[in-house]
Design a protein around this ligand. Sequence first.
Ligand code: AMP
Length: 417
Amino acid sequence: MQQYIDSYDFAGKKAIVRVDFNVPLNENFEITDDTRIRAAIPTLKKVLAGGGSLIIMSHLGRPKKVDAKFSLKHIVAHVSEKLGTPVQFAEDCQKAQAQAAALKPGEVLLLENLRYYAEEEGKPRGLAEDASDEEKKAAKAAVKASQKEFVKTLASYADCYINDAFGTAHRAHASTALIADYFPNDKMFGYLMEGEIKAIDNVLKNAQHPFTAIIGGSKVSSKLAVLENMLEKVDNLIIGGGMGYTFIKAQGGQIGLSLHEDELMPQALEILAKAKEKGVHIYLSTEAVCTQEFSNEAETKVFPASEIPADWEGVDAGPHSLGAWKKVIESSKTILWNGPVGVFEIPNFAKGTLRIAEDLAEATANGAYTLVGGGDSVAAVTKMGFADKVSYVSTGGGAMLEALEGKDLPGIAAIRA
Ligand code: AMP
């Protein structure tokens, strides 16, 4: 039975909370961006304010064994500062029974990196490259078998389970999904997860029409499933960024040196045909800002997007495209944005992406629901200072992308089950 943390009585209870504290660290192990920590604080504070104690668990990076570089001890002080209370540390997530048992209401214990153990992901490690299929199968069966004990140990620390790690919700790992089985009546989403799920539902289930999706970024191959799922949902589909050139070339356009994937051209044509069948309006770039050099100092010229000279490359959306897209955005009640429409890392090629951010902010102010999610568009709106001017900015790149593909996320399904 799914519960909500707002209606759960945490008094005297120990809550084990899966968070996403996979924060970037510099060479001195200092946190360079604490967004993910800040995002989990409301849920953690809610448990403490309700008279509960906390056992916090997370992964950090991709260690293949115990490796001090990936230790969560580097972030203890920061979490403590943000929570406003001391945080104890368990140096082995599988040997924290005594520390967990001793927790009093209001106290906090952070477990060491879950991924020090292969059982967290349930994938075998250290297999020889030339391992036979039999050996691979046996290794997988072994880690799956020991995973049960791993999960059971984590579950034994607590009375209830909260998942607030949207960033790993697309993984069926021990701490993100399997552990939920041990808390049939005491499992719930944290506030961050709740916010992300509502945002997904607002676009995929309850979208107000006209609904427009703006899909940009580099490659069609990485967004094919998103595009296909969007065709089932939207009225308008704006396809920008590098991936747009595969569509333009597939229709016979001259795209010069612009990024494209020849092998994806049949799928691009199929998407265009399906859109026509479904009455979905597709908006490709009509004009491109082009360069001959990938640098901020390089000369730029605007060409029709299907007439780019052989030695020029499209790196940003041109004014005519942006003007046409703005009209579509203005007339929409729901807008989803995934992926920049240009090489936004280079300021001179970031103008189109900035314009989209501005258009979305304006649409939001005029009452549209706007979601920015999945991958680099989040970095773009945040960097450009528009994060609080849209309805919701997702915190989970891969998880949001899979949700937009229409997949059920294991971390969500385990709580709902
Ligand atoms: P994605 O991770 O698929 O959302 O792609 C984001 C990346 O796409 C960013 O690093 C952008 O620089 C890149 N990108 C967007 N437009 C273009 C373009 N026209 N040419 C090359 N790369 C692009």
